[in-house]
Design a protein. Sequence first.
Length: 166
Amino acid sequence: MTGLYRPVRTDDSYWLLDDLRGRGINKLDFTTYGPLLADPAVLTDGTVSVGTSGWVVSADFATVTTARSDALRKSAVAGNAALRKEPSLDGATTASTSLPEVLDRTDRSLLVSRSTLLIVALQLMLLAGCALLLVAGLLSSERTGESRLLLARGSSRAWIAGLAAL
């Protein structure tokens, strides 16, 4: 079976398997486009020579949280090493992943974002504290005359402090 195709997105992960990225190769009057797909039974019956094969695996990271990024990094490295040593793959397997580097960059970005947020929150708290002290000073200076008048009339300091707190 043959057919013509045009890749919709040449940057799709499917084309990572194709060295030509869907552009094809010209040999005399014949152009081959890859990657070529075939039923595994066709390749094992001996009528067709077997070339290289590859897999592109993509994972669903919808449930990954920042608390699990270290475990994910370790399992990606361990899984990559286990694939290279898998005896059923004849030792000719090349496995690669960039997930640990992506997780490192993500962790650094997250740390910078959290630090920036913490700095802004601390600045806001400091500003609120200064504003509170200024308002308390203004109220204290405003009530100084009233407090002296109440003391002159026989009020206790506890009573005046209770009124100020109220």
